[in-house]
Design a protein around this ligand. Structure first.
Ligand code: SF4
Length: 213
């Protein structure tokens, strides 16, 4: 299957922004639901707009075909990123379906995730990403559980340890696994977060509050 539709900066369905472009990456906004309730999240502070893209999805979440169309022209992008104002793995089977359809059609697929999918689904989902997801960006967000809970306010118990376990398991199936943390949040020790990533043998990226990517 060759995905090829005229390239547009923003693809809307019924006024919903499903695909949007930042710095050569095509972002897919497939859900607004989250497992976390991060205190620093724009949507929990009444802000749904990222770089002029309104990412609020009213009504039904976009269907698989709509998401594939929202990728646009693969020749115009460096990568496809599942990332909107919501946790993409809450639509795991849609994500897998879309990523499988994009295999060989786009340079690479990245998933920006809270790393809680194994906890949510009650099984190890990381093998599902093999050969269809080339990069996982996992929000670690803190160097310890207390700091994590303070900022991310998880709905499920055991979330922090689940994130670490997810990253550990994903190494076998996804070529590039990167933990991230946001610099500037009170109590977050970026160097300690980086050391956790080093000890796990995965990458680390310091993020800046309010910058999507
Ligand atoms: S995981 Fe992301 S989208 Fe969800 S509440 Fe946290 S910052 Fe917001």
């Amino acid at each position: 299957m060759r995905v090829r539709v005229p390239f547009m900066d923003e693809v809307r369905f019924d006024s919903r922004v499903v695909g949007y472009t930042l710095r050569g990456s095509r972002y897919l906004n497939i859900t607004n639901r989250c497992t976390l309730r991060c205190a620093f999240c724009p949507k929990f502070n009444g802000e749904w707009t990222v770089r002029d893209y309104n990412l609020r999805l009213r009504g039904e979440e976009p269907a698989t075909d709509d998401i594939v169309v929202a990728v646009g022209d693969p020749d115009e992008i460096d990568e496809v990123v599942f990332c909107g104002l919501g946790e993409p793995t809450l639509r795991l089977y849609t994500l897998i379906d879309v990523a499988a359809r994009l295999r060989g059609e786009v340079p690479r697929v990245r998933v920006n995730t809270d790393g809680l999918a194994n906890l949510v689904y009650g099984r190890d989902v990381t093998p599902d990403f093999e050969d269809i997801v080339q990069s996982l960006s996992v929000s670690l967000n803190a160097q310890d559980e207390a700091t994590y809970n303070r900022h991310c306010r998880p709905l499920l118990p055991g979330a922090y340890d689940a994130v670490l376990d997810f990253a550990r398991r994903a190494r076998e199936f996804v070529p590039e696994v990167t933990l991230t943390a946001i610099d500037g949040l009170p109590g977050v020790d970026i160097d300690a977060c980086r050391k956790i990533a080093d000890d796990l043998g995965v990458g680390f990226r310091r993020r800046v509050l309010g910058v999507v990517g």
